[in-house]
Design a protein around this ligand. Structure first.
Ligand code: CMP
Length: 143
């Protein structure tokens, strides 16, 4: 069993797609163990996107991610890191395959609706940025 950090980004919240995206994760049988709406600060953005801070697109990314609330989700499941990334599709919504979340709802490289951790290491790091241990709820799910 793995745990991953998923962020419904400002465009997802503002376009009222939160329920649509969460429904897809639930329909897939994934297990939401944490959920929180918050505003990403510039400091949190720099921590979250540390590997991109020096990239030319970073200032635009920070402006975008801090412009409206996000919803952070902690999600459990077998191989959930790869499963969620497959469900999101390619980073650039224009190139993401039909049937994926970005492929169906995004036409942008920056405003691509959802972020998800790309490895176990980043999942552990990112989960700690958004959730304290006591905010995550372990419970039995029914299939
Ligand atoms: P995400 O999966 O959250 O990881 C980094 C984010 O940076 C990515 O989704 C996009 O929102 C954004 N991003 C990545 N590459 C580019 C780019 N070339 N131009 C603008 N934004 C980008």
């Amino acid at each position: 069993m793995q745990r991953t950090l998923v962020l419904l980004k400002p465009d997802c919240v503002q376009r009222r797609l939160m329920g649509e995206v969460i429904s897809r994760f639930e329909a897939k049988g994934l297990h939401v163990v944490g959920m929180k709406m918050l505003r990403v600060t510039p400091e949190l953005s720099r921590q979250h996107y540390a590997e991109h801070v020096e990239k030319p697109f970073y200032s635009g990314l920070e402006e975008f991610i801090t412009a409206a609330p996000v919803v952070a989700l902690a999600i459990d499941g077998l191989d959930v890191i790869q499963v969620v990334r497959d469900m999101l599709g390619a980073t650039n919504g224009l190139k993401a395959a039909a049937g994926t979340i970005r492929g169906d709802f995004s036409s942008s490289r920056q405003m691509n609706l959802v972020h998800a951790s790309d490895s176990e290491e980043s999942a552990q790091r990112e989960l700690k940025l958004y959730f304290r241990d006591e905010e995550l709820c372990d419970y039995e799910s029914v299939m």
